[in-house]
Design a protein around this ligand. Structure first.
Ligand SMILES: NC(=O)c1ccc[n+]([C@@H]2O[C@H](COP(=O)([O-])OP(=O)(O)OC[C@H]3O[C@@H](n4cnc5c(N)ncnc54)[C@H](OP(=O)(O)O)[C@@H]3O)[C@@H](O)[C@H]2O)c1
Length: 332
């Protein structure tokens, strides 16, 4: 395979490189692509230096799979051009709701890949949606989900590498008694929680929340009712979702635990004692979607509460994208 990574210098791009290296992905030629300001820089992959190319002048005709992780505007501008020659796996939200673009989480809906050739573009889902559907798919198959209420606790790496630096510099300034300045977040992010991710819509929800509603329906089932609140928290990596799920059918708590423990990509850590649960810091650099705090919701029939955590740069982005490429290679 000849592979291009557009956005190779960013958080997700670098993780894609790590995952390709770890998985010993079959690569013939590797092309790293970013903005003009990064052109000529070197990035090490498998112990070898690779030069970064300028996207504006990059020739996609020599590539078979292009990973895009440079934001929606870049995908809008360049993905179709790249898709003339290569299959594009896009991490941005730009193509996710396009009816001619499959939105794929391999454990959940790889059967939807069948139509990818319409545009030769495959979309990677949102970083909070991926772990949510990985954990909920086996339960939906068993008990048929009626309604989801989700609250996310999202790390700053979800916003990119510069916002991560903002958390670190605000933390430093806080301890040095300096005034905190915010550029990438709307309010102070250090020692705080911000109930606002992406822009506001007319109905008072944010785009990030709307993405969750739309993408869960597209991937899992359009009949599911869903509402959510997305919150940015001062954690560097890994997103968590506290979720209340109402089923159409009766469930057994032990069965939920057993099914989740044996479902692809899932790992249950759920001991009812101090520390018997997963936290974002522990999920960093792990491939699994972790599920903790599995409890009956006694306030409503057929309902449970779950705490779901995964590394947003891995399963929430890079790992899922590489897994899509693996399924593609297997299918073809
Ligand atoms: N972070 C997450 O958890 C996550 C999860 C799922 C999806 N995503 C999506 O993945 C994409 C990248 O996110 P990220 O967190 O990796 O962002 P990031 O750390 O800010 O990196 C952005 C990347 O895009 C490149 N880029 C920016 N402007 C460009 C241009 N004009 N031409 C070519 N390349 C350009 C940057 O290159 P330079 O270094 O040259 O500027 C850099 O490689 C976004 O669409 C994001 O929504 C992110």
């Amino acid at each position: 395979m000849n592979i291009a990574i557009v956005g190779a210098t960013g958080n997700v791009g670098r993780k894609i490189l790590e995952v390709l290296e770890l998985k010993k992905f079959p690569i013939n030629q590797l092309y790293l692509v970013a903005s003009a300001k990064s052109a000529g820089k070197k990035i090490i992959f498998n112990g070898k230096d690779y030069e970064v190319y300028n996207l504006e002048t990059f020739d996609f005709s020599k590539v078979q799979i292009s990973f895009f992780s440079a934001g929606g505007k870049i995908s809008e501008q360049y993905a179709v051009k790249a898709a003339k020659y290569s299959t594009v796996i896009d991490n941005s939200s730009y193509y996710r709701m396009d009816p001619d673009v499959p939105l794929i989480v391999p454990e959940v809906n790889s059967q939807d890949l069948k139509n990818y050739k319409k545009k030769n573009i495959i979309a990677n889902s949102n970083c909070s949606v991926i772990p949510l559907v990985v954990a909920l798919k086996p339960l939906h198959d068993l008990y048929n989900i009626k309604r989801i209420v989700a609250s996310t606790y999202q790390s700053v790496s979800g916003a990119g590498k510069l916002p991560m630096d903002e958390l670190l510099s605000q933390t430093k300034d806080f301890f040095e008694n300096k005034e905190l300045s915010s550029k990438y977040f709307t309010k102070q992010i250090a020692f705080n929680a911000i109930p606002h991710i992406d822009s506001f819509l007319d109905d008072g929800y944010t785009k990030e929340e709307q993405k969750m509603h739309d993408e869960v329906k597209k991937i899992l089932d359009s009949k599911i009712k869903i509402t959510s609140t997305s919150v940015r928290i001062p954690v560097l990596v890994s997103h968590a979702v506290s979720v209340n799920v109402e089923f159409h059918k009766k469930y057994k708590l032990n069965e939920v635990r057993d099914v989740l423990n044996t479902s692809p990509g899932c790992k249950v850590i759920d001991e009812h004692k101090n520390g018997g649960y997963i936290t974002p810091a522990e999920a960093e650099n792990k491939f699994e979607t972790f599920i903790s705090r599995i409890r009956e919701d006694s306030s409503q029939d057929n309902s449970i509460n779950l705490w779901i955590v995964s590394d947003n740069l891995l399963k929430g982005a890079a790992l899922n994208a590489v897994e899509i490429a693996e399924v593609l290679i297997k299918k073809n």
